[in-house]
Design a protein around this ligand. Structure first.
Ligand SMILES: Nc1ncnc2c1ncn2[C@@H]1O[C@H](COP(=O)(O)OP(=O)(O)O)[C@@H](O)[C@H]1O
Ligand SMILES: [Mg+2]
Length: 258
């Protein structure tokens, strides 16, 4: 990777499953350090685009390049899915230690403790996965994804299955964690509020096949502001309204609902 290479470069990408074109054509460049949120109606191809960036799928047309190279599945990106996908027979700390070992890193208790502290879980390290809440499980998944010094963090609707309050807490904490690590992130959601709250840039996708219909920088303060204060800013409401309008207009094109 040269310093000039963007974290992600998507060029002329289309992806089809048999006769169904899920995505594209899409051109999208993600500079290093950006927190990009992809937002769009259910079925518009968000997960497909994320899987292409992770290297789990190969594009039918076009190219995906991460840090100057073709993405290698399981390497180069930490991934958080909607369901936490933890090993239920292991402890919270055991799940994080496994991710460290898998990456060939030291998995001593100090490394594990440091990661769990970063996601607010230092006091449940010895619990089993089934003894903690859904929100806590998703925190473990985030700890595991940031365990490795991957340049890229990919998150596919990680908070969609959580109750509203837990979701807000995790959004706030992710905002802080990502602010602290400065890691390039691509976060997929169908929630407009989540997009504005988390993103440094928001891209709205059309209904299937997903194409970029809006690409907006989110110029809101990223630190030193309380979440309620942030959500109360007139600029926040204006962005929500503009993005919400684009998402609804895109969804109406095919009669899908958001
Ligand atoms: N493995 C697959 N095989 C066939 N069709 C798929 C597959 N994955 C997704 N699709 C289809 O591609 C479209 C986009 O799916 P997806 O990327 O999951 O959208 P989103 O994440 O925005 O809900 C949908 O119509 C979906 O049914
Ligand atoms: Mg999806």
């Amino acid at each position: 990777m040269s310093s000039a290479d963007p974290a992600v470069a998507i060029t002329g990408v289309e992806h089809s499953y048999g006769d169904v074109t899920a995505v594209g054509p899409v051109d999208l460049t993600v500079p290093e350090g950006e927190f990009l949120v992809l937002v769009g109606a259910s079925g518009c191809g968000k997960s497909t685009l994320l899987r292409l960036i992770a290297g789990f799928e190969q594009p039918t047309r076009g190219t995906v390049v991460t840090a100057g190279k073709p993405p290698v599945p399981g390497r180069g990106a930490g991934i958080v899915f909607q369901q936490p996908r933890l090993f239920p027979w292991k402890t919270v700390g055991g799940n994080v230690a496994l991710a460290l070992r898998y990456a060939g890193l030291s998995s001593g208790s100090s490394q594990v403790d440091e990661l769990l502290t970063r996601v607010g879980l230092h006091d449940v390290a010895h619990r089993r996965v089934w003894e903690i809440s859904g929100g806590q499980q998703q925190r473990v998944a985030i700890a595991r994804a940031i365990a490795v010094e991957n340049p890229l963090l990919l998150l596919d609707e990680p908070f969609a299955a959580l109750d509203a309050l837990t979701r807000e807490r995790l959004q706030e904490d992710l905002r802080n964690v990502s602010g602290a690590t400065g890691r390039t992130s691509v976060f997929v959601t169908h929630s407009v509020d989540e997009a504005v709250f988390l993103g440094s840039r928001v891209v709205v996708l059309s209904a299937r096949p997903g194409r970029v219909v809006l690409d907006l920088p989110i110029e809101l303060p990223r630190s030193g502001i309380a979440p309620d204060e942030l959500r109360g800013l007139p600029a926040y409401a204006a962005l929500r309204s503009e993005i919400g309008h684009a998402v609804r207009a895109a969804a109406r094109l095919e009669g899908t609902s958001v």
